[in-house]
Write a protein that binds this ligand. Structure first.
Ligand SMILES: [Zn+2]
Length: 149
């Protein structure tokens, strides 16, 4: 199977419809489609997918990470550094869960992975991201704890 680069995906020719798609379509694919195909393994798979994407995108520093997340409309990130190994990333307007009602489970694994991947390219260390808050567990933002090791 061929592997495609981000550059190859950038050539979008849609004179009438343009580059944007409804967020609802993304959520149908992401929350209904992928979960129904992958079931219980969808979380880990989406995290790995996000991590690969984050690594491909790359970031030079935390400001660049913030900019990339916002440009791709994944969300609006607020980053708090705890110490050399730990950071908290609050994600407002999360692409996946923003506005979601309470379900008792968190499922922003792709976003979590994207943040971890971007962090790895900045700090040249391995990064693990764990989601700790979400609209779906009663907050009005998403939150991730990042561990660099
Ligand atoms: Zn979220």
């Amino acid at each position: 199977m061929k592997e495609y680069s981000i550059e190859e995906l950038k050539n979008i020719v849609r004179p009438k419809l343009g580059e944007n798609v409804p967020l609802l379509l993304f959520r149908i694919l992401r929350i209904i489609g992928i979960r129904s195909l992958l079931g219980e393994t969808s979380g880990a798979t989406l995290y790995m997918m996000g991590k690969n994407v984050g690594t491909m995108l790359g970031a030079v520093d935390l400001e660049d990470l913030r900019k990339k997340i916002e440009e791709l409309k994944v969300g609006i990130a607020e980053i708090e550094t705890i110490d050399e190994e730990r950071m908290i990333v609050k994600l407002y307007e999360c692409i996946t869960c923003s506005g979601f009602g309470y379900t008792g489970e968190m499922f922003c694994d792709m976003e979590s992975g994207i943040i971890a991947g971007l962090m790895e390219t900045i700090f040249k260390k391995r990064a693990k991201s764990t989601q700790t808050k979400s609209w779906s567990v009663g907050y009005n933002y998403c939150e991730f704890e990042i561990l660099l090791y």
